[in-house]
Structures are given as structure tokens and as C-alpha cells.
Design a protein around this ligand. Structure first.
Ligand SMILES: Cc1ncc(COP(=O)(O)O)c(C=O)c1O
Length: 310
């Protein structure tokens, strides 16, 4: 099945979406992006894109920070994306990657007086972290970059060098994922995920001021925990040592879904198995993103007007 892209205002096969080596964003990391999932519901022969407009609203905020000016509203981008996914006609889970970027072919470090453009592409995408039995994490020696350096609330391509350093350090040391701390030593987030702990019966996650991306999955978990389980989430700074004493820990992200963390820095989290609240949230979340929980269909954008044959 071919993948398609929206590139230079046209829908083209992905292989034709090519930029020059001189492109500003390629040289300087001056782009911002989103990661959006389309979740395949085999019973219905339907692909549901999860919280599409919320992703594009965050995308346009990232663009504002980077002075990327695109002639599209969030609704325009949603419509274009649905058309693109429909063309690609995958019968499996997919990932949608919009990138707004400085497209001028010019040498010079700046954000002003440059052309802006957007590309969106779609690829099949299975699990990102193998979360079935839970993952093993380490705290990274790389600190999360501060809002005073590159704002983490914007999904800026160049900022992901910080995440990549942490992820590969974790990988090379035999862990599944890294947990980055802020410069003052509080827990910030994973390389591509937000983090939650359960401690003393409370669900706790770092606040936006601890240099996190304001995750859409994070927000989904906060809302599901409240509405479905009557559990409110405390947003406060978390000390590193609280990771060692937590009863449960999990990471959230569009790619990672809800991934249980069962070990941090060679210490078991709780009893080293997937926590009960984590498991309940996972079950709720997977139903919701596949359009199986009718109470949350407002978050799920169906792509196909008619059911697709499996
Ligand atoms: C650094 C970082 N933190 C958190 C997240 C989770 O955000 P979301 O749930 O919106 O995918 C991501 C993924 O996009 C990320 O890259």
C-alpha cells in the first residue's frame, strides 16, 4: 500500500516529497512537528484519528513560537489530513507526521525573513515501546533543555537532539527509555513521553513549568482518570527519589500510548509488575483511541465514509 504526503500544496506519493540539502530547517533544526496516530478498528473497518484538532492546535502554537506562518487554520489542516489518510488506505495503525518548517534554501542562522512551508506524511506504525511487560528506565545524565534555551512546550525538530542523546545513552546502557531531569533536578519527562507516578494513592505528574511537552496523551489520562475512575491528578514537581519509592509509574505519548515502567535505575517500581491503576488506565485508553468507547467518540475522527474490507 503506497504512503502519500501533502507536499508543496499537493498530494504526492511519499517518495516524491523531497527537500533540498540547503533547506534551512535541515541545516538548523528550524521546524516544528506533530505525531498523530490513526488507530485501526478492525471490527468496524475504520481508522480513527485521535484528537486530531488538539494536535493541530498545539502545532500552530509551536509554529507561533518559531515564527512559522502557515496559511492554514487547524480545521484546514484536519481536513487535509483526513484526505491524506483516506488516500493511503492502510488497514492498520498509522502515524501522521506534519512538519512546519523554514523552507528557504539559504545559509544563515535566524528565524526572520525566511519562507515557511508544511509537509504532512502518513506511515504504518505499530508499537513504539514494548510495553506488554513494562519497561526499564534510567535517569539520564542529559538534563532536559530549559524553557530559557529551547521551549519544550513547542515540538521543535532541533530540540529532539536533547531527547536523542538521552534515548541513546539509555539504550547503550541496556535500558528501554530515559527519564530526563530538569536543571534543578526534578523529573521532567522521557525522550518522547510524559511521566506519571502513583504514590500514597495519588496520581502525580510534573507540571508544565518542569520543561515538558504538554502531552495530549497526558491530558487524556488526566481526563479519563477523573471521569471514569474518580481520581484527580496532582500536577507538581517530582523528586528523582520519588521514582524509587513510587507504587506505580507509567509513561504516556501518542507513540508510546500508556507504557508501564517497572524498573528505574535498577530499583523495582512497586513489586516490579504492572500496577493496577496503570492497567485500568491502559484498558480504558485503548478502547477510547480505537473508537470503542462511545462516550469519547468526539476525540476520534473517522477517516473512511464507508467501512473498509479487512
Ligand atoms: C518530548 C515529548 N514529551 C511528551 C510527548 C507526549 O506527547 P503526546 O501525548 O501529545 O504525544 C512527546 C510526544 O510527542 C514528546 O516528544
Amino acid at each position: 500500500m503506497p504512503s502519500y504526503a501533502f507536499f508543496k500544496k499537493r498530494y504526492v506519493p511519499l517518495a516524491e516529497a523531497k527537500i533540498s540539502v540547503m533547506t534551512h530547517a535541515f541545516n538548523y533544526g528550524t521546524g516544528c512537528f506533530e505525531g498523530i496516530r490513526g488507530n485501526w478498528n478492525a471490527d468496524e473497518g475504520q481508522c480513527y484519528i485521535f484528537r486530531l484538532k488538539d494536535h493541530y492546535q498545539r502545532f500552530l502554537k509551536s509554529c507561533r513560537i518559531l515564527k512559522i506562518d502557515l496559511p492554514y487554520t487547524a480545521d484546514d489542516l484536519c481536513q487535509m489530513t483526513v484526505k491524506l489518510v483516506e488516500m493511503s488506505a492502510f488497514r492498520e495503525d498509522i502515524y501522521i507526521r506534519p512538519i512546519g518548517y523554514k523552507s528557504s534554501e539559504i545559509v544563515g542562522v535566524k528565524l526572520h525573513d525566511l519562507e515557511d512551508d508544511i509537509v504532512v506524511f502518513v506511515v504504518p506504525f505499530g508499537p513504539y515501546l514494548e510495553g506488554d511487560k513494562g519497561i526499564r528506565c534510567c535517569t539520564s545524565s542529559w538534563r532536559r533543555i530549559d524553557d530559557t534555551g529551547i521551549p519544550a512546550r513547542a515540538k521543535i525538530t532541533g530540540i529532539y537532539v536533547n531527547s536523542a542523546l538521552a534515548k541513546t545513552e539509555a539504550h547503550d546502557n541496556g535500558y528501554d527509555e530515559a527519564i530526563m531531569l530538569t536543571h534543578d533536578g526534578h523529573v521532567s519527562e522521557g525522550s518522547g513521553e510524559n511521566i506519571f507516578i502513583v504514590t500514597n494513592g495519588n496520581l502525580v505528574t510534573p507540571p508544565s513549568s518542569d520543561n515538558i511537552l504538554m502531552g495530549i496523551t497526558r491530558d487524556t489520562v488526566i481526563k479519563l482518570a477523573q471521569a471514569e475512575l474518580g481520581i484527580s491528578t496532582i500536577e507538581r514537581s517530582i523528586d528523582r527519589s520519588e521514582l524509587y519509592t513510587a507504587d506505580e509509574c507509567f509513561m504516556t505519548g501518542t507513540a508510546a500510548h500508556i507504557t508501564p515502567v517497572v524498573e528505574v535505575d535498577h530499583r523495582k517500581v512497586g513489586d516490579g509488575a504492572i500496577g493496577s491503576l496503570t492497567g485500568r488506565l491502559q484498558a480504558l485508553y485503548f478502547d477510547v483511541i480505537k473508537g470503542k468507547n462511545k462516550g469519547y467518540l468526539q476525540w476520534c475522527v473517522p477517516v473512511h465514509s464507508k467501512a473498509m474490507k479487512v
